[in-house]
Design a protein around this ligand. Structure first.
Ligand SMILES: Cc1ncc(COP(=O)(O)O)c(C=O)c1O
Length: 366
């Protein structure tokens, strides 16, 4: 039996009637941008994350970009982030006119190493952007402490971490702002692009509201230079339906991750940090035989992906930074060894067993 890396169809089959009704409501209302669905979703998602404000935007990339602008990042500034991330983390920094600076990561959690972060701070550092990669929150206490000590705001890249927790608090409520993506494959995914910024700070929320809507507060009166980056009403209505299922889906992801943990041999399973409650957006194992393993699984009809084969600092697009292999040894070693296995709420336990058995077959061959 073929096992796809991901399949969004079963989720939408299950929610078909609810999504259809929500979408039809928007058509009946005849209002598509910045309306009551978006406002309701913003309230509900802010409550979910445990903050006072949520501002819906066009994508996760835009959420990071606008959050950085809202906290005053300007051309020539530096923003410290991780290199083992989706390239858009860095693109958003570039679009704010700033330079991404990469801190190395912890080899067990794949998230920013707080000690290395501190060594990268310069007078030009204007924001710290830890990435809650694969659904596990970065080690925020020491990261926030570094930020406090140097007077630098910490913005969470929570694009992969809807519902993930850190010391009992949800991702999105830990930094001064947090950026979320609702790209369809995320734990909370729209049926198109979408994103949001969460924050407790009303001044930042106000700035974000202006930035996403051409800098206008009152129609045709522009207070500042802004962008067009809004979460549309159809996506907001769909996200409101799906938000009600998010906790259940995350619990299922966790149970399926535990099943993988109990079955896998010969590869290093993901590590859940003591402070964290992992949301398992991705289930990422490590193996020194990664490429051979991926090839073998493909032969068995099992889809896997590598998130991400080339860390940002070694991407062609960032050659201008002048960083080469050896700059971030832990990041580079992880990028060579990571493999994402199929994991989504509707994946059957039998399919997980089949994936694990295939892996165990190869790794026991030595
Ligand atoms: C960690 C991370 N940051 C940023 C983004 C960008 O989000 P989007 O694709 O919605 O622009 C993504 C999603 O691809 C992501 O996984």
């Amino acid at each position: 039996m073929r096992i796809d890396f991901n399949d969004l169809k079963p989720q939408h089959r299950q929610l078909r009637e609810e999504i259809r009704a929500a979408t039809e409501q928007v058509l009946d209302d005849g209002w598509f941008i910045l309306g009551k669905q978006g406002e309701a979703f913003e309230r509900e998602f802010a409550d979910y994350c445990g903050v006072r404000h949520c501002v819906g935007v066009g994508s996760g990339t835009e959420a990071i970009h606008l959050a950085l602008l809202a906290c005053g990042v300007q051309p020539g500034d530096e923003v410290i982030t991780a290199s083992l991330t989706a390239v858009p983390t860095a693109s958003a920094i570039s679009f704010a006119g700033a330079t991404p600076v990469f801190a190395d990561i912890d080899p067990r959690t794949f998230t920013m190493d707080p000690a290395d972060l501190e060594s990268r701070i310069t007078p030009r550092t204007k924001a710290i952007l830890p990435v809650h990669i694969y659904g596990q929150v970065a080690e925020m206490d020491p990261i926030l402490e570094v930020g406090r000590r140097h007077g630098i705001p910490v913005v969470e890249d929570a694009c992969q971490a809807h519902g993930a927790e850190h010391g009992g608090r949800r991702a999105g409520s830990l930094g001064v702002m947090a950026a979320f993506s609702f790209y369809p494959t995320k734990n909370l995914g729209a049926c198109g692009d979408g994103g949001a910024v969460t924050t407790d700070d009303p001044v930042l929320a106000d700035r974000l509201n202006l930035l996403r809507n051409y800098g206008q507060r009152k129609r045709y009166y522009h207070e500042s230079k802004g962008f067009n980056s809004r979460l549309d009403e159809v996506q907001a209505a769909i996200l409101r339906v799906k938000l009600r299922y998010l906790n259940g889906w995350n619990e299922t992801r966790r149970a399926k991750a535990r099943l993988y943990d109990s079955l896998l041999k010969g590869v290093t399973p993901p590590h859940e940090a003591g402070y964290a409650r992992h949301a398992y957006h991705l289930y990422v194992v490590r193996s020194s035989r990664r490429d051979e393993l991926q090839h073998y699984l493909a032969e068995q009809g099992i889809g896997t992906l590598i998130h991400y084969p080339v860390p940002v600092h070694l991407q062609e697009a960032y050659r201008d930074l002048g960083l080469s292999r050896g700059c971030l040894p832990v990041t580079e070693r992880c990028a060579d060894e990571i493999l994402s296995l199929p994991l989504y709420p509707e994946l059957l336990d039998e399919q997980i067993t089949e994936v694990a058995e295939a892996i165990n077959r190869l790794t026991s061959e030595g």
